[in-house]
Design a protein around this ligand. Structure first.
Ligand code: SF4
Length: 856
């Protein structure tokens, strides 16, 4: 039977129809009735069915790595937390949670920490993602309320994307933007230092110098004032303006390093289109001055009255599926719960509602501060739930050292082998997507149900149940006595309405039928319609914000930017299970401008080390003239489980925004240098291979097995230990430093190893396909190609239909294709999830059509 649920990845919050086809398999389709996506899904959502097997799951509780039962594990956690609190006070314990949690899970964790343990030491990985948007909203509007819905994108005449590679990171919103352009002629401006696939499609791309957004938005405000484009009536009636605000503004955009004509074009477009939506994402938030950037944007919308009306407003797009739900229940250390603050009156409301013994007196430690407190010994027991901070935190090396020395670490996760789980004293198996059941809130404030359609594997349990069971054992059985997640949601909804006479816009009705609950917005579609804001005087606030100074230290001449790939999610614990999703990018790449590469002596497809003050990591080099000179970009996805040295968390500093506490991942001073090895190679295996003992390796899933890229300077002969037992054939050429070996198991390829000192290695795709072949010619495998030569399809562009760059280029040229739809009709590419449509459009538009295929 089909089940309507919600995608577990990004904050778009697409509705999904999952139809089980076996014990751990399901067909996945977009939910045509869900207002977030109306049936569309991106590549990640489309291939969810490849990620729901039980492989790699944590299936039973363990203490010190030894299997145990739930009763023993829960008692151990409760005992150690209780003892720490009794001996060192409530501030000696902490929870670090996640935007992957359901609202019910989040609510229970927050209630336990802030209402019963009595400290606000609970923070979420959403701190790394959108804390600056939250802080900016509170400063400007008085409450963390997103002013827009996706319908406003449909109704906008001008869409401005700031710090967002929407085509890759929020692809269904991107499809909505493209539809608005096609049907209504909406104009698109992209403000991003990188020329991404999103920027490539824009009417105007402003490749701004990193960190200078505030200067641009302040200057826009000056231009709008000087050109008579402000809404004086709205300002007078609905906005509080600090004294001296207008005099302090500067119209100077020199720091942005943009062509004056482009700046003028942007300003003119903005002035000409009252229906303007400004979508912003991590490029704004992940900054040491992110809150100021958010307010620089909200200032412009408030001063022009472009808020609270259809097709207008500043719109923060969240990264995670339930970042918004966490904000609502108080999953962040800086809010109490249900949009209540730490003001005495709000604390009283929460304490009366919870009938709690000890309400948190003040904001708790934000993410980075929390791990600092672990490092200095203040926090003696930490519970990490549904997240992998040793990969995702900035200066993750320091976080790793802190956790290794922490007296008591609990990790709840659905995955067995994570960088963080390796340091846990107690591990608790949690349910994964498809097994758990509850609610999430997407970027537009729409609450949707995630529903169960798979049985729980092993002893895995819901996160809310695990936390409640620990709370009961800590002495608070009555307050945590729910028997079903519907009761938890009902309590959360009741809390939003408790003693709320309109002072808080967050107010959630209890659904008549939780099980059948339809997606529903909380608040009005236009929560600020009529210009009324949830501040004491009902007015929004202009916030005076100063541009960040641009400082280049000659010792660190480059700016490091980090971000996502189109087909991967966070640390790849789930998307990495999908062979199809793993084809788009098989290695972590450092993208560098060709002129910088030449100056630094790094070569395309070679290896290079990125070094910052925090650490260093090694990547494959991709030349990309869409990088600004002096800027480099690396992905966030690889970990110590999937790469020797590709963990990006080592690189950003722990410097963070003074208001929101969000780290500045997007602009870290860095160096880049070539890494020279004496040999390179790759290993293809049917089963997961062991860890290679060489200098460089990265690993991804492929159809039928695994691909491990290799490089080193030691004796590559040691790598043969990675080959499984079986019938082995080998060829070698000592003079060329070439070693090739294939292992057959019952006539089929079990593994193949290729090493060369001259860099000449065969293409991977045909060899990977041999893992599934039933008839194998050993001599062909050793040669790395079939006897009859086949065309190289190139890097995969369309993962749904496995279509490569060279195939598309050839079809465009041969068949004189001129549109994305024509490419789709000819090859099928782009006709399923649509995630590759921006890449197809760029290929059509590109005169160069180079096979490098980086494109973003
Ligand atoms: Fe999931 Fe893609 Fe929709 Fe995001 S855009 S919710 S990843 S299907």
């Amino acid at each position: 039977m089909s089940v309507r649920t919600t995608c577990p990845y990004c904050g778009v919050g697409c509705g999904i129809v999952a139809t089980p086809t076996g014990e751990r398999t399901a067909d996945i389709a977009g939910d045509t009735a869900h207002p977030a996506n109306f049936g569309k899904l991106c590549s990640k959502g489309t291939h969810l069915g490849e990620t729901i097997g039980a492989e790699g799951r944590l299936l039973c509780p363990d203490i010190g790595g030894a299997r145990t039962d739930w009763s023993t594990a829960l008692a151990r956690v409760a005992d150690r937390f209780s003892k720490a609190i009794a001996e060192h006070g409530p501030n000696s314990v902490a929870f670090y949670v996640s935007g992957q949690l359901l609202t019910e899970d989040y609510y229970v964790a927050n209630k336990l920490m802030k209402g019963f343990i009595g400290t606000a030491n609970i923070d979420t990985n959403s701190r790394l993602c959108m804390a600056s948007a939250v802080a900016g909203h509170v400063r400007a509007f008085g409450e963390d309320v997103v002013p827009c819905t996706y319908d406003d994108i449909d109704a906008a005449d001008l869409i401005v994307l700031v710090g967002s590679n929407t085509a890759w990171c929020h692809p269904v919103i991107w499809q909505r933007i493209e539809a608005a352009r096609a049907t209504r002629g909406a104009r698109l401006v992209v403000i991003d230092p990188r020329r991404t696939e999103t920027a490539d499609r824009a009417d105007l791309h402003l490749a701004i110098r990193p960190g200078t957004d505030t200067a641009l938005w302040n200057a826009l405000l000056v231009h709008l004032r000087d050109s008579g484009s402000l809404d004086s009536r709205y300002l007078a009636d609905h906005v509080a303006t600090p004294e001296g605000f207008w005099n302090a503004l500067s119209g100077d955009t020199t720091a942005c390093d943009l062509a004056p004509a482009d700046v003028a074009k942007f300003f003119a477009l903005f002035a000409a289109h009252p229906r303007t939506v400004t979508l912003f994402s991590q490029g704004v938030n992940q900054s040491v001055r992110g809150t100021d950037k958010v307010n620089a944007i909200t200032n412009v919308h408030l001063a022009t009255g472009r808020i609270g009306t259809p097709g207008a407003g500043p719109f923060s797009i969240t990264g995670q599926p339930n970042a918004m739900g966490g904000r609502e229940v108080g999953g962040m250390a800086t809010t109490l719960a249900a949009h209540l603050t730490f003001a005495a009156s709000d604390r009283g409301v929460a304490q009366r509602f919870w009938n709690s013994p000890a309400i948190a007196p003040a904001p708790g430690r934000k993410a980075v501060e929390m791990f600092d407190a672990v490092a200095d010994g203040t926090v003696k027991a930490i519970w990490i739930i549904a997240t992998n901070p040793l990969v995702s935190l900035p200066d993750a090396g320091a976080a790793r050292a802190a956790l290794a020395a922490c007296p008591f670490v609990v990790v709840s996760d659905c995955i067995a082998d994570t960088d963080t789980g390796r340091l846990a004293h107690v591990r608790l198996p949690a349910l994964a997507w498809g097994e758990k059941d509850g609610t999430v809130t997407n970027s537009e404030r729409r609450i949707s149900r995630q529903r169960r359609f798979l049985d729980a594997p092993g002893d895995a349990r819901p996160d809310w149940w695990i936390i409640a069971e620990v709370a009961k054992r800590m002495g608070w059985a009555d307050a945590f006595a729910w028997s079903h997640q519907r009761e938890v949601f009902a309590e959360f909804a009741a809390m939003t309405r408790f003693e709320n006479e309109g002072s808080r816009l967050l107010s959630v009705a209890e659904p008549d039928n939780y099980d059948a609950m339809e997606p529903v917005l909380w608040g009005d579609a236009q929560p600020f319609a009529g210009g009324r804001f949830p501040t004491p005087d009902g007015r929004a606030r202009l916030i005076a914000v100063e541009p960040e100074a641009v400082v280049i230290d000659p010792a660190w001449p480059l700016r490091l930017n980090t971000g996502r790939y189109r087909d991967q999610w966070h640390t790849m614990t789930r998307t990495g299970l999908s062979p199809k999703l793993s084809q788009h990018r098989r290695e972590p790449l450092v993208e560098v401008h060709p002129a910088d590469a030449e100056a630094l002596g790094v070569a395309a497809d070679g290896l290079a080390r990125v070094t910052t003050a925090s650490g260093s990591s090694v990547y494959r080099v991709a030349l990309h003239d869409g990088q600004r000179r002096g800027d480099i970009f690396v992905p966030i996805h690889w970990t110590d489980v999937t790469a020797s040295l590709g963990r990006t968390g080592r690189l950003p500093s722990a410097a963070r925004d003074p208001v929101s506490g969000q780290p500045g991942f997007k602009n870290t001073p860095a160096r880049l240098e070539p890494v020279v090895t004496t040999w390179t190679g790759f290993l293809i295996t049917r089963d997961a291979p062991g860890v290679p003992g060489c200098e460089y390796w990265t690993r991804v899933r492929t159809t039928g097995g695994w691909l491990t890229e290799l490089a080193g300077s030691g004796d590559p002969a040691a790598l043969e230990a990675l080959l499984p037992a079986g019938e082995r054939a080998e060829v070698s050429d000592q003079r060329r430093g070439m070693v090739r070996a294939v292992v057959l198991d019952q006539g089929r390829v079990a593994a193949a190893l290729f090493i060369a000192t001259d860099g000449r290695l065969p293409p991977r795709d045909w060899l990977i396909a041999q893992l599934a072949a039933t008839e194998v010619m050993t001599v062909e495998v050793l040669a790395g190609r079939p006897a009859a030569q086949q065309a190289d399809r190139g890097a995969v562009v369309c993962v749904c239909f496995d279509i490569g760059l060279n195939t598309i280029i050839a079809a465009i040229a041969r068949q004189a294709l001129t549109s994305v739809d024509a490419v789709g009709a000819a090859l099928g590419a782009g006709t399923n999830c649509g995630s590759c449509r921006p890449a197809l459009a760029n290929l059509l538009a590109s005169a160069a059509l180079t096979p490098a295929g980086v494109g973003a």
